[in-house]
Write a protein that binds this ligand. Structure first.
Ligand code: GUN
Length: 287
């Protein structure tokens, strides 16, 4: 039996359409167009592609988008001053600092991200937003894990009461997704590099999320027949070849549903960012 393939494109289109309608509502109600400012430092080629994609999607939906491109050798102080300026600008509703930062300032990433006004933190990385997520009163939630939940909902895959296993404990995906799945009444296990018998734990999952950043880590024998497999990995294995963390060709014969890479969860991330921008704008306008 071959799994249902969950292509991100159709789900992302649904999310973006609802964001576009919300942009129109905000214009009609408050006379305000939501705005996103993305700061990119240096020349990381992957980051440049991601930022261009975010800018293009904003334009599609009628969101004002500004890309602030700073040179590779920009100082921490320059970045903090730029964030202060954007925090104070009422036309900017969302601020995002594209990661990773260049090596020279990488150690200051937390200080830089924490400078963003939590109400404009469309990445959901600020400690205030992380705290709200943990407490079960989420405001702005990280886009990739939020996209995983949205995908399951739109695909009609039940979460309540299910066993969920997440492979990966990053602040961007694994940890926030743990809280989101828990809030939806799944029984959740988070696996990582020190987990013993990873395959045995993974095989218990009704919903298996691979977010380890290791190509081919999840093999078909680690998947319970019929399980839903969300592949959050994006691994470049050749100059023009991206793969996920899951051995897709073998997994597709075992899983009940599975996301491809590329063309899966990645498309949901950008769509959820748009949703966060309109959400942030509404929070600020209603305050
Ligand atoms: N780089 C890779 N993923 C992300 C993300 O979700 N947010 C930001 N700001 N940078 C990233």
């Amino acid at each position: 039996m071959s799994a249902r393939i969950l292509y991100g494109k159709e789900f992302a289109a649904t999310i973006k359409e609802s964001a576009r309608l919300e942009v129109e509502k905000l214009k009609a109600t408050f006379g305000v167009t939501p705005g996103l400012s993305v700061i990119i430092v240096g020349e990381n080629p992957a980051s440049k592609v991601y930022v261009r994609n975010k800018h293009k999607t904003c334009e599609e939906l009628g969101i004002v988008s500004e890309v602030v491109a700073l040179p590779e050798d920009a100082s921490k102080e320059t970045l903090l001053a730029k964030i202060d300026e954007l925090n104070a600008n009422p036309n900017v509703h969302g601020i995002l600092v594209q990661l990773p930062l260049p090596a020279a300032i990488k150690a200051h990433s937390d200080e830089i991200l924490n400078r963003i006004d939590p109400r404009k933190d469309v990445d959901g990385f600020h400690p205030v937003n992380v705290g709200k997520l943990v407490l079960g009163t989420p405001a702005l939630v990280p886009c990739t894990p939020a996209g995983c939940i949205e995908l399951l909902d739109l695909a009609g895959i039940e979460i309540d009461g299910k066993r969920a296993v997440i492979i990966g404990r990053s602040n961007i995906v694994g940890k926030p997704l743990f809280h989101l799945l828990l809030a939806r009444h799944a029984t959740v296990t988070v696996c990582h590099t020190h987990t013993k018998n990873l395959a045995d734990v993974a095989r218990e999952a009704d919903i298996l999320v691979a977010a380890s950043g290791k190509a081919g880590l999840v093999t078909a024998d680690m998947i319970k027949p019929g399980a839903t497999v969300l592949d959050v990995g994006i691994n470049r294995v050749a100059p023009k070849k991206l793969v996920g963390d899951v051995d897709f060709d073998a997994a597709v014969d075992v899983a009940g549903a599975i996301t491809p890479v590329p063309g899966g969860i990645g498309l949901l991330t950008v769509a959820m960012l748009m949703k966060n921008v309109v959400k942030a704008a509404r929070l600020q306008l209603e305050a």
